[in-house]
Design a binder for this molecule. Structure first.
Ligand code: DON
Length: 307
């Protein structure tokens, strides 16, 4: 049903947009990515993956990791605890905006996929030490990748850690108003670490395929995450996953998706397949310019919209 030849044609068409986007440069190491890279994998539940373009390009998860730390925090604490500390609403603002934090007392972040919300969620991950928390996140994500361990980009991690004045401001504000618990710098360190986990398109699509199948591991048939938490994660992806372009993407593609500033997009067609895309040239909202175009084309031509 999903023709590779057709996919290749659409990928070539979308690729022409790469030159009108820009790689992220507020994390200096990300600016080095090739803006002309474009790759995609479709991973249907129960069938082999279909890839084309720069499918083997390796990139960091960045904000895509926020979906998985949310799942782990829900498994650690349950819904009530998590949503006492982070909201469920889109902001309509940039992903690193601090505008609404002061508008709505007591500074509770609007949702877990903006930076303020994700840093708060990261602070909820259980563990005796920073290392143990990191090992828990890495082990959880590696299960989705189908690997024994995760790859980690030390250069991207250090580059972000050394330049993250905005995230530091958000985190210290959250600490000041009592939303963030524990040591601020340790929480930030853990957050930068999970953003710097590396994947390729096939691994990203596999993550999406497991979400599409409501949290069932395709190899062991084990329930990796309770279905309810996967449902919550997919709902946030649909309403907030493409930041303040989420409404437009929901209208044009109609599927849950989460982007990262590395140019990755994780998309999910519930009950059917996971999709992983890489295209480091970003549009003005911080989403992969060619990746968004390609996903919208696929979703409309193959009628993948949920609606
Ligand atoms: O915190 C940051 O700014 C990055 N580590 C992740 C941001 C991101 O990927 C937002 N994406 N659109």
């Amino acid at each position: 049903m999903y023709s590779k030849d057709q996919l290749e044609q659409w990928l070539e068409q979308s690729k022409t947009l790469c030159s009108s986007g820009k790689t992220a440069d507020y994390i200096p190491a990300l600016a080095k990515a090739n803006p002309h890279t474009l790759g995609i994998t479709l991973f249907p539940i129960g069938s082999p993956p279909i890839s084309c373009g720069d499918e083997s390009a390796i990139f960091t998860l960045q904000s895509i990791s926020k979906v998985f730390t949310l799942l782990l925090a829900l498994m650690d604490h349950g819904e009530e605890y998590v949503f006492e500390r982070v909201g469920m609403e889109p902001t309509g603002d940039d992903f690193n905006s601090m505008l609404k934090l002061e508008l709505v007392p007591p500074g509770k972040p609007f949702n877990p996929l903006i930076n303020a919300g994700a840093i708060t969620v990261t602070s909820m991950i259980k563990g005796e030490s920073l290392i143990q928390k990191w090992e828990r996140i890495a082990a959880f994500i590696s299960t989705f990748l189908g690997e024994d361990e995760v790859r980690f980009n030390q250069e991207v991690y250090s580059s972000e850690k050394n330049t993250a004045n905005r995230n530091r401001s958000l985190a210290y504000f959250l600490k000041d108003v009592g939303v963030l618990e524990g040591d601020v710098e340790e929480n930030l360190d853990l957050y930068f670490k999970h953003c710097a986990i590396e994947v390729d398109c096939r691994q990203l699509a596999r993550m999406g395929m497991i979400l599409a199948g409501n949290g069932i591991d395709p190899v062991t048939s084990a329930q990796i995450v309770p279905k309810r938490y996967v449902q919550i994660a997919k709902t946030f992806m649909l309403t907030c996953g493409m930041y303040n372009a989420s409404g437009e993407f929901a209208i044009k593609a109609g599927i849950p998706a989460k982007s990262g500033v590395s140019g990755g997009i994780l998309a999910v067609v519930p009950g059917k397949l996971g999709i992983g895309v890489i295209g480091p040239a970003l549009n003005e909202k911080g989403n992969s310019i060619a990746g968004v175009h390609l996903l919208q084309k696929i979703a409309s031509a193959w009628e993948l919209s949920m609606f």
